[in-house]
Design a protein around this ligand. Structure first.
Ligand SMILES: Cc1cc2nc3c(=O)[nH]c(=O)nc-3n(C[C@H](O)[C@H](O)[C@H](O)COP(=O)(O)OP(=O)(O)OC[C@H]3O[C@@H](n4cnc5c(N)ncnc54)[C@H](O)[C@@H]3O)c2cc1C
Length: 449
């Protein structure tokens, strides 16, 4: 174990500040390398650390929501940024929202109080030499220079600049008396659930889709879409039957209720091995969240759909992490370099803090010569880490934490209601992290954890 371990952290955003503080409090010397204010991103407005680029909300704190559990687990781990968020909170019902300047100021004070953290204003082009480890936390608006280094990992097609995300729905919220299992091709088995439209249902859905509110793109976001991932509402703009002949085509599908081919079909594809959640095939969208809820619930079988993840399309640089990263967030081809934050495919402020925290713990294990000690798979942290490093879904897309990523409860043959199931998942997750946190070792002198 090096006597004076040194780690470089690239990016003083949410993940980078969390990682730097966790490492510093464990006795590691940090160079925190940040390009702002010398060079700005298209969304940041200040030179402050941990600037929130859009909303001031870290989402729900409810202990029976996936977001709430993730925060509770971070609190168990003494997350410095979560603590700063709580100290600068503003009233926001069941959400944790902050005074954004107050929050960044609180993080700046925490960084300034750590003698082991040296803050350097520099744009970094590649992981610098001379450190025991490096954590890249340069965010979704990473500078082109470093993006080139990231793009040179893997086979050259592992770096993505936009995401095109379709909503994900909880399996137990789909009406199975309407949706039926079948595939267009025999080779696909019964992996698809099909929501069949009559002509009238399709027309009503189409009219609502055309009317629904859309999110406004940021100035720096290119409105040109690839043909393969056009937003569903843009495709609909090509004519009333464009969807029925495109992603909603009913070819090869017979509704078992009447033995007839539906007018159109929305296909849902299993999103995880356990079949607890389904992806709406072809439904990448820029509709607002209320728009998605009201329009997509008009799809037959989805009236009571629980959306685990909403659809989106936005500028979002991220890597194909399951291909490139080891289970401890280090690059398979550069084991002393770790990836954290939005770049690794955890979507959202709290998720970025979480992967920053985990990357710091993993870097700590590595430089002290210990095996990585990952969070339990049944925890929200473990679920997020599993998505980022081992998601089987291709193409890989970033995700916020949601129940579909959690390890399901063991099947004891009894039917549990959805709410009760969620409560059990949350309780199991927090207990597992409480137990795990007592086993974590933070080995360096001066650790004040
Ligand atoms: C426009 C936009 C809006 C978003 N809105 C939300 C939202 O409302 N809610 C939500 O939960 N999530 C949102 N996200 C997603 C995500 O949660 C945030 O982007 C979050 O800040 C990501 O945290 P991070 O630590 O990965 O990156 P950041 O917080 O962006 O931190 C990365 C840091 O790295 C620095 N940097 C970049 N390249 C270099 C380099 N080469 N050298 C040195 N420094 C560098 C940047 O200046 C930045 O300070 C949004 C993303 C985008 C792009």
């Amino acid at each position: 174990m090096p006597s004076q371990p040194r780690v470089a952290v690239i990016g003083a955003g949410l993940a980078g500040c969390e990682a730097a503080l966790v490492l510093s409090r464990s006795g590691v010397s940090i160079d925190l390398l940040e390009m702002r204010p010398g060079r700005m991103t298209p969304a940041h407005c200040t030179g402050l650390p941990a600037e929130l680029v859009c909303s001031n909300s870290f989402k729900s704190v409810g202990l029976h929501s996936a977001h709430g559990v993730l925060k509770a687990e971070l609190a168990i781990l003494n997350s410095p940024l979560l603590d700063a968020a709580k100290r600068t909170a503003v009233p926001a019902g069941s959400a944790l929202a902050v005074d954004r300047l107050g929050f960044s100021g609180a993080v700046a004070s925490l960084l300034g109080a750590e003698q082991r953290i040296r803050q350097v204003n520099a744009e970094v082009e590649a992981p610098p030499a001379g450190y025991d480890a490096c954590i890249i936390a340069a965010g979704p608006l990473v500078a082109d220079s470093l993006a080139s280094w990231l793009g040179s990992r893997g086979h050259g097609d592992s770096l993505h600049f936009y995401d095109a995300i379709a909503p994900i729905i909880a399996a137990d919220s789909i009406d199975r008396s309407i949706a039926f299992l079948a595939s267009r091709r025999e080779t696909d088995g019964s992996d698809y659930l099909n929501c069949p439209f009559t002509e009238e249902e399709y027309q009503a859905f189409y009219a609502a889709l055309r009317e629904a509110d859309r999110t406004v793109a940021h100035r720096f976001e290119n409105e040109q879409f690839f043909e393969a991932c056009l937003p569903i509402e843009v495709m609909a703009g090509r004519g009333e039957q464009a969807l029925a002949f495109g992603p909603l085509k009913p070819v090869g599908l017979i509704d078992p209720r009447n033995g007839k081919r539906p007018h159109a079909v929305c296909q849902l594809r299993t999103e995880n091995e356990q079949g607890t959640c389904y992806n709406m095939v072809g439904f990448q969208t820029r509709l607002t969240i209320p728009g998605q809820k009201s329009v997509f619930r008009m799809i037959p079988g989805l009236k009571n759909a629980e959306f685990l993840r909403f659809g989106s399309i936005h500028r979002n640089t991220y890597l194909d992490s399951p291909e490139l990263l080891a289970p401890d967030l280090s690059f398979r081809d550069a084991p002393t370099v770790f990836l954290a934050g939005q770049l690794c495919g955890g979507e959202g402020y709290t998720e970025s803090i979480a992967t920053g925290h985990l990357a710091a713990l993993f870097a700590l294990s590595q430089i002290s010569g210990r095996q990585p000690d990952p969070p339990p798979r049944e925890s929200a942290l473990g679920a997020l880490l599993h998505h980022v490093t081992a998601s089987p879904v291709k193409p890989f897309t970033p995700s916020n934490v949601h129940f579909g990523l959690f390890e399901p409860l063991p099947d004891n043959g009894k039917r549990i209601r959805r709410k009760a199931n969620r409560m059990l998942l949350c309780e199991r997750a927090m207990t597992s992290v409480e137990n795990w946190s007592t086993t974590l070792r933070r080995p360096f002198a001066g650790s004040n954890f």
